[in-house]
Design a protein around this ligand. Sequence first.
Ligand code: A2P
Length: 317
Amino acid sequence: ETTISSSNGRRTIPLIGMGMATDKEGSDKVKAAVLEAIKVGYRHFDTAALYGTETAVGEGIVEALRQGLIKSRAELFITTKLWCNSAEGHLVLPAIKRSLQNLGLEYVDLYLVHWPLKQNQDEIKIPIPKESIAAINIKDVWEGMEKCQTLGLTKSIGVSNFAPRRIEEILSFAKIPPAVNQVEMNPIWQQKKLNEFCKKNDILLTAYSPLGASGTIWGHNRVLECDVLQDIAKYKGKTVAQISLRWIYEQGVSFVVKSFNTKRMKQNLDIFDWSLTEEELNKISHIPQRKHIYLNGSVVTEPNDVTAEIDADLSYQ
Ligand code: A2P
């Protein structure tokens, strides 16, 4: 666990969250995965309006309470995200209310602006067609986010896929600064500079795709198939996934990792009673860097000036 700022001072956030984005499993599997994850010790679930899993996550929570796996909802840390179709000041409050209704919760623990992008479309639909892409008015959106926290609909607020320059913009007018920035991060895309920037500004960096989202349509195998990681894993008797997650943990950040398989769920939690040596860390720091998640590729149909700028911003290292 670590702590982030929230409506009632600092509060704890589990360093490991269960990612709830899936392109394979339907609602029943998502619900079952929530239950299973709670059984093996996960307390943080990371979903989004985009993922279409909020309802199933909520059902899993209800069932976990019914089965007595947890005594109260307060034992859980639930994150969800504002999709681009609601990235306008007056649309933020209705969007979090919809998410809360889907989840069957009175509050979430963390609400994130999913991308610094606006989609001129009612429906949540990706890829976003070029004509629906617009620049975000982050001041307006952030005021909406602050309202969500002030009203108690979320304990903390933050961003996702934001580069330093955009965070600085928020910091210049924010009454409540972002507590978290969730971005692509793993040994193949190490985010050293962004990590330094976030640490300086008391923003918790959270890694998504910590395993490269291997096996999904938006992922790749370059983490799990990385030679350097494979050698270290073999030498230490660990899996490549564990080496990657341990490396992320040692950078002083949190991560959300997705597995709906009990064995791998447990494996991904088993990273705390061992560590990487200086030499291993040094080898990992020399892995050639390659970013994978670009707006232009999976989120939008065709780039324009707005999306090209966001992708360029996030390519900084
Ligand atoms: P599964 O759900 O079948 O375990 P990321 O967290 O980077 O988004 O990656 C998630 C992907 O990696 C999922 O396809 C997941 O599949 C797979 N995965 C999760 N944990 C492990 C692991 N320990 N070893 C190998 N693959 C894993």
